[in-house]
Design a protein around this ligand. Structure first.
Ligand SMILES: [Zn+2]
Length: 126
């Protein structure tokens, strides 16, 4: 079986990543304390809050923002049943997150960021 790859080893590509904008709120169960009172026939006392994992805060992802990373060299390929992953810079990326030019990468980011609120259908069928 011959495997066709879109990119070559040593090629420099632009990658895109999704950065999440997080919001931290007070845990409604323990109210920032990180501990909750627990009682059972065997034990009574304070235990780490199971809702927030003892941190006292609940993190939620408010929005996702795609950004372009400066070009890195492809240093490896990893073929899986789900497709090819490329080792670029210091992490693995899928072909759909890699671009030969910065313009393409920026365009894809804009498309993905816009998609969250208003899906467009002017790009034709894929
Ligand atoms: Zn809590």
């Amino acid at each position: 079986m011959e495997i066709v790859t879109k990119f070559d080893l040593g090629q420099h590509v632009y990658t895109i990543v999704a950065g999440s904008v997080e919001d931290a709120k007070e845990c409604p169960l323990c109210e920032y304390k990180g501990l909750v009172h627990y009682s059972s026939p065997e034990f009574e006392g304070y235990i780490p809050c199971p809702k927030c994992d003892g941190t006292g805060i609940i993190k939620s992802i408010e929005s996702v923002e795609w950004t372009v990373i400066q070009p890195f060299e492809i240093r490896g390929m990893h073929i899986t049943t789900a497709g090819i992953k490329y080792f670029v810079g210091a992490a693995y990326y899928a072909e759909s997150e890699m671009f030969a030019t910065e313009d393409e990468a920026i365009l894809e980011c804009k498309k993905r960021n816009k998609h969250e609120t208003a899906p467009t259908d002017d790009e034709g069928e894929e």
